[in-house]
Design a protein around this ligand. Structure first.
Ligand code: ADP
Ligand code: ZN
Ligand code: ZN
Length: 827
């Protein structure tokens, strides 16, 4: 038998070892080793025994100079499929990251070296009559039975004192005697929360008055509230009854209630989810669904669809019915949503319709929970995965469909290594598995829409809201005129009057501002000094609640100075408006309204987000103020007014996507209004009323916006007409970073010239101090390169050669690189 060789990736952080190593597969092991299995290999000079992952098996090594042999196979089945390994290698190239970083996205959550394989006995009662069972196989079954039907693979090997049992295991598995399972050791700490319940569950309302006393109104109210429930988390009780801790404690002291710790199970889905009935599709929905299904049926070469449907046009129902179709075909579906915690309603609908066939992946799961969800998918126990960006790596083996909701959202691009774009990864997975891609948005990204016109992507439109509900009327208010007529408050007269009217009609209002905190910057009126974060070149935001200045980049928190650190004057002034100030001002203007704020500061505690949503749904809130958290996906029937406090915050960002983001945000947030019985109204306050993104948003004129924007992108050469690669060089010594980035730049230019890629030369900008000059105490210089598809691979090779492998031997000890291919923004 010919010798085979394995290509192995070693888990080692050093960039020097970020490559595959070739090992000999000894013939006695040949049947046991498959791509995707872990192996033990001797590594490095000392031949330290190290765990690695087999990523390929080849017949001829590049050179057989001093090749070593694999010592042992760890797994009985591959930990990760060939396709997924191939996908990660593609990512490493596409996004210029290390193989290891790329592989981590497709490997099980946690450290893949900690995964254990267990062999489990099934059909215990069936005696093994099969006469073609060997003595080893019989021994294996006996070992498992002696361990109560479940034993680690390692252990079997130890007992049998042999390494090669995969063949036997495979046979036993095929005969239906055993199955194998991956598990990971975790140290999941138990979590506790304070709960409250009435001591005496037999109390009646009348008796309560006797026990508590008539005059303790608040205590009585709480006790009465508790009558109707078994138990409730303390925090929730205080919130629901609007009571203080001391009142609740008083009840405990009076022996009326118990307060106790209770273990909280970290079940990914906490809420009770109602079943979500199938809707009869509208004509428009049916046409859209049928186009997709027909393409699938006819095996046409279109496998990529973009649903451009106005807010409230019922895109989710189409997704759901597509999934149903996949289930009928026995295929699996991945559903991506922008941020799992911000899209509870979409998730509820999927679970409400498909129940436990759905796995939910999100960042707040513990390691153990993540691993359990991963295993459910790997073992085929679920058919649908719904999750944020990284759910695109769900290890389905029979993938039929990928749905990407709100496809324009920037969260689909990762800004950590690997800096992948989930939409591109989705396309790649579809190519691999023959699956279909369906994206949806009311405001498709300019890039996607452009691709529809250029490539083989089918564009499907939904122009009407369900039940022909009207899209809300959008009114633009010029804040310069407000100022001229003497109104220098946050609210224009129009917005103020509309809120007032809305309150009188008992309808709900949403106020949107894309900045949290109270004042967005603090400065000295005498010398003009603006207080910036010590570690970042960014002005600090004042938070009134805590009376602190905070850096929204690194989280640094300081006490606001009373005198100017530069000129020692006392004239420190607070400027700019954040959501906290809007909240305060709104409460002052409308003292009788229930006003709540929803942003990162008010929803950091687990469950607080759900609570606000719940109250909003039940009409317990009159005015909801928030950041982009409230702009997306929410479906409240009683919201009839939406106010955009300042449309200019996104518009004025020095980024080529600023107009697009502004158009998207206005359209999305406007879409929260008028979803129920009553018509909606939107008021957009701005200092740039003539700007095309605001004008087009006002008229729901997507094509108008797109045509203008695509023209500008073409003229100034931005995506989709070019690729952008951002190279940020950073380090703690400003001078050194400047010098090194110049050196790197020169070498890059030299190499680009050597490769005769003269086109690119004119499109290299920099090195210059990055727009965010300093972050977390690191000074940053940026080189920005524009490059067409034609040359991009060559350019990446050059950058990798110079910046990552450092083949030019520049002294780069004191600087680091952050390389981003087609970044979200160039800030
Ligand atoms: P989109 O995601 O396009 O903004 P949704 O999927 O949230 O819209 O749909 C808006 C509302 O219409 C939801 O409350 C949904 O339950 C309802 N809906 C969707 N399709 C239908 C239908 N065919 N008939 C009746 N109601 C529907
Ligand atoms: Zn000063
Ligand atoms: Zn900072």
């Amino acid at each position: 038998m010919d010798r085979k060789y394995a290509q192995v990736i070693i888990d080692n952080k050093s960039s020097n070892t970020d490559r595959t190593y070739t090992y000999i597969i000894e013939p006695h092991m040949a049947d046991d080793i498959q791509v995707g299995m872990r192996v033990l290999v001797p590594f490095g000079k000392g031949n330290r025994i190290t765990k690695g992952l087999v990523v390929d098996i080849i017949d001829f090594p590049e050179s057989d100079y001093q090749l070593k042999s694999i010592i042992d196979v760890i797994d009985g089945k591959p930990l990760v499929s060939k396709d997924m390994i191939e996908l990660s290698f593609w990512m490493a190239k596409q996004y210029m990251c290390s193989y290891l970083d790329a592989l981590k996205t497709v490997l099980p959550p946690g450290d893949f070296k900690d995964v254990k394989t267990y062999i489990i006995r099934i059909r215990i009662n069936k005696p093994f009559l099969d006469c073609n069972i060997t003595s080893t196989e019989k021994e294996i079954l006996n070992i498992i039975d002696a361990h109560n039907g479940k034993v680690e693979l390692e252990r079997i090997k130890n007992i049998l004192n042999t390494k090669n049992i995969n063949k036997s295991l495979k046979k036993l598995e095929n005969m239906g005697y055993i199955t194998s399972q991956f598990e990971i050791k975790t140290t999941v700490e138990k979590k506790y929360e304070k709960y409250v319940s009435l001591k005496d569950r037999t109390l009646t309302k009348e008796r309560l008055i006797d026990v508590v006393g008539k005059r303790s109104y608040k205590q009585l109210e709480i006790a009465e509230f508790l009558l109707s429930i078994d138990e409730i988390p303390l925090k929730e009780l205080m919130d629901k009854t609007n009571s203080s801790l001391s009142t609740v404690k008083a009840l405990e002291k009076n022996n009326i209630i118990n307060i106790y710790d209770r273990e909280v199970y970290r079940n990914p889905i906490k809420r009770d989810i109602k079943s979500y009935q199938k809707h009869n599709l509208t004509d428009e929905q049916r046409r859209c669904l049928n186009s997709i299904l027909e393409n699938m049926r006819n095996n046409s070469d279109v496998n990529d669809f973009l649903i451009h449907g106005v807010t409230g046009s019922g895109k989710t129902e189409i997704y759901l019915q597509l999934v149903e179709n996949m289930i009928e075909k026995g295929k699996d579906t991945i559903v991506l949503v922008p941020e799992i915690s911000l899209t509870p309603q979409t998730i509820d609908r999927f679970i409400g319709r498909f129940g436990n066939r759905v796995a939910v992946l999100h960042s707040r799961l513990s390691h153990g929970e993540k691993f359990d969800e991963w295993r459910k998918i790997e073992e085929g126990k679920v058919k649908i995965v719904i999750g944020a960006r990284s759910a695109i790596f769900a290890p389905f083996k029979n993938l039929g469909l990928i749905i990407i909701d709100e496809e324009h959202e920037s969260t689909y691009k990762s800004n950590m290594n690997p800096k992948y774009n989930a939409i591109e990864v989705a396309k790649r997975r579809c190519e691999q598995s023959g699956a279909y891609l369906v994206r949806g948005s009311a405001t498709p990204s300019v890039e996607s829409y452009y691709q529809c016109k250029e490539n083989n992507i089918m564009l499907l439109s939904l122009e009407k809201r369900i039940n022909n509900k009207k899209l809300p009327h959008i009114k633009i208010v010029d804040m310069r005129e407000e100022l001229n007529s003497g109104n220098n408050t946050i609210f224009s007269r129009e917005l103020y009057n509309s809120i007032k009217e809305n309150l009188e009609n008992k309808r709900q209002t949403i106020l949107f501002l894309n900045r949290r905190g109270y004042s967005t910057f603090v400065s000295c009126r005498k010398c003009g000094y603006v207080i910036k974060c010590n570690d970042c070149s960014i002005s600090m935001t004042y938070h009134l609640g805590e009376n602190k200045l905070k850096c929204h980049y690194c989280g640094l928190t300081i006490t606001p100075p009373k005198i100017c650190p530069v000129c020692k004057s006392k004239y420190i002034k607070y400027f700019g408006v954040g959501t906290e100030k809007v909240e305060e001002f709104t409460k002052k203007l409308f003292p009788n309204a229930v006003v709540k704020r929803m942003d990162m500061d008010t929803t950091s505690r687990k469950g607080s987000y759900d609570l606000i949503i719940e109250k909003m749904k039940n009409n317990k809130i009159d005015i909801l103020i928030g950041t982009q958290m409230i702009a997306k996906g929410l479906d409240f029937k009683n919201v009839t007014l939406v106010g955009v406090i300042a449309a200019d915050t996104t518009l004025n960002l020095p980024d080529f996507r600023a107009s697009e983001r502004t158009y998207q945000l206005i359209t999305q947030v406007a879409g929260r209004a008028g979803r129920g019985e009553f018509e909606g109204k939107v008021i957009v306050q701005t200092y740039n009323p003539e700007h095309y993104s605001i004008q087009c948003a006002k008229n729901y004129d997507y094509s108008g916006f797109y045509n203008k924007e695509i023209m500008l992108r073409k003229e100034f050469l931005y995506p989709p007409f070019t690729n952008l690669i951002s190279i940020v060089i950073y380090g703690e010594d400003n001078r050194l970073v400047a010098i090194k980035s110049r050196e790197v730049y020169n070498v890059l230019i030299e190499e680009i010239q050597n490769m005769e890629l003269y086109d690119i030369l004119k499109d290299i900008i920099g090195p210059y101090p990055a727009p965010l000059e300093k972050i977390k105490n690191n000074y940053r210089y940026q080189i920005l390169i524009k490059c067409t598809d034609e040359h991009i691979d060559k350019l990446k090779d050059i950058i990798k050669w110079v910046c990552i492998l450092n083949k030019k031997k520049i002294d780069l000890d004191d600087v680091k690189f952050s390389i981003d291919v087609n970044p979200n923004s160039i800030l």
